[in-house]
Every structure is written in structure tokens, then in C-alpha cells.
Design a protein around this ligand. Structure first.
Ligand code: 5GP
Length: 205
């Protein structure tokens, strides 16, 4: 059954919620799911790879892409710009892959406006204290940046009410299993199977 076109899935959550880890685990275990690699003006962190984590660009290059209408959405997050490449996402959806965008809350709401069928998932830590602990553990930020990121993480949690689902990341495997369960349920929704139902009634495939 099912639509041939893939699902657009938007994942957000405060820094320190462990989104990246849960998503990486989800993708390994769900073959039709593709991660949308964003463009950013942020400098690469240690271990980050061009074209895998992000496409790292200068501000001028970013603005050029923006003026050519190449972003599905874009935002300034902290001091850097981030954008979702439009054509790649469209292409993967058309090919039948499910595409996951890991983006901030403002960008996520912009996507939902443009694509009301997008499945909105908010990943949260199990406890408030975990946010600062995780950010500290990453230790790529200065003390000042850490405070700013912790405060804005708490602010972001207030936006969870605009999402369809909340996944608590207490355990990575469980978080990933929850995301897969959400995707599977979305694929079984009647509104996503109209063509299949029509074919049952009228014939064809
Ligand atoms: P980081 O610099 O820690 O990788 O990401 C900072 C924030 O930017 C995270 O909340 C991340 O989800 C968000 N982000 C990453 N890529 C994009 C994007 O393409 N668009 C938007 N709106 N946010 C993004």
C-alpha cells in the first residue's frame, strides 16, 4: 500500500537533548530514511565532515544560495546562518525516501506552514538537568556560550506544544524506536493512503 512519495519529517529539540545521536541511530535502523544535510556558516566542530554533518559555507556563499531561492527554510541560530537545501529534499521525497530535517524551532514552524503534512517531532531530554550536563560534556563552547545555549534550550522547550509528537531521549535505542513507530503510524494514516484505497475500489495500481 502506501504513497510512493516519502514523508517529510521535522525533528527539533533543545541543544543537549541528544537529537543527533537519536537520529543517527534511527537512520541506521530505517533504510528508507534520509538525513537532510543543511548548509551553515558555522565553523566545523572537531570531527564534523563536509557534506555529512553540514555543507560549510562563508556568509557570502550562503547569501548567494539564499538569493537564488535554494532554501526550503533558513534561520539565524545563535550567531550563524543555517538553511535546508530545497532541491535535494524534493528529489528524495519524489524518489520515495522519507526525509528528516534536524532544524531549530523557528525553521520547523516555517516548514509546517509551507508543508502542512510535515510530521513534527520534538526530542527532549528526560530531565531538565541533562541539558546543561550534555552541553558541558560536549565542551566546545565557552562558559558564556554555554549559559546562552542552556537558557535558549529551556525557552525552546516551551515550543514543544506546536509539534505532533514528543520523543524523550532517555535511552538512544528507545528514542530511535519511538521515531520509527511514529513514521510507521504516519504511513498507515488513511489520509496518506487515499490512492491505495481508490485502487481497491476502482481497480488499477
Ligand atoms: P549546531 O550548530 O549545534 O549544529 O546547530 C544549532 C541549531 O541549528 C540546532 O538547533 C540545529 O537543529 C539547528 N539547525 C541545523 N541546521 C538547520 C537548518 O538547516 N535550518 C534551521 N532552521 N536550523 C538548523
Amino acid at each position: 500500500m502506501q504513497n510512493k512519495r516519502g514523508l517529510l519529517i521535522v525533528v527539533s529539540g533543545p541543544s543537549g537533548a541528544g537529537k543527533g545521536t537519536v537520529l543517527a541511530h534511527t537512520i541506521v535502523n530505517y533504510p528508507t530514511l534520509r538525513y537532510s544535510v543543511s548548509v551553515t556558516t558555522r565553523k566545523p566542530r572537531e570531527g564534523e565532515v563536509e557534506g555529512v554533518n553540514y555543507y560549510f559555507k562563508t556568509l557570502e556563499e550562503f547569501e548567494e544560495l539564499l538569493s537564488r531561492g535554494e532554501f526550503l527554510e533558513h534561520q539565524k541560530v545563535y550567531d550563524n546562518y543555517y538553511g535546508t537545501p530545497l532541491s535535494k529534499v524534493k528529489q528524495q521525497l519524489d524518489e520515495g525516501f522519507d526525509v528528516v530535517l534536524e532544524i531549530d524551532v523557528k525553521g520547523a514552524l516555517e516548514v509546517k506552514n509551507k508543508y502542512p503534512d510535515a510530521v513534527m517531532i520534538f526530542i527532549s531530554p528526560a530531565k531538565r538537568e541533562t541539558i546543561e550536563e550534555r552541553l558541558r560534556g560536549r565542551s566546545t563552547e565557552s562558559e558564556e556560550q554555554l549559559k546562552i545555549r542552556t537558557a535558549s534550550a529551556i525557552e525552546e522547550i516551551k515550543q514543544a506544544v506546536f509539534y505532533d509528537y514528543i520523543v524523550v531521549n532517555e535511552d538512544v535505542a528507545r528514542g530511535a524506536a519511538d521515531i520509527i513507530a511514529i513514521i510507521e503510524a504516519e504511513k498507515c494514516k488513511v489520509k496518506n493512503n487515499k490512492k491505495f484505497i481508490d485502487n481497491l475500489i476502482y481497480g488499477g495500481n
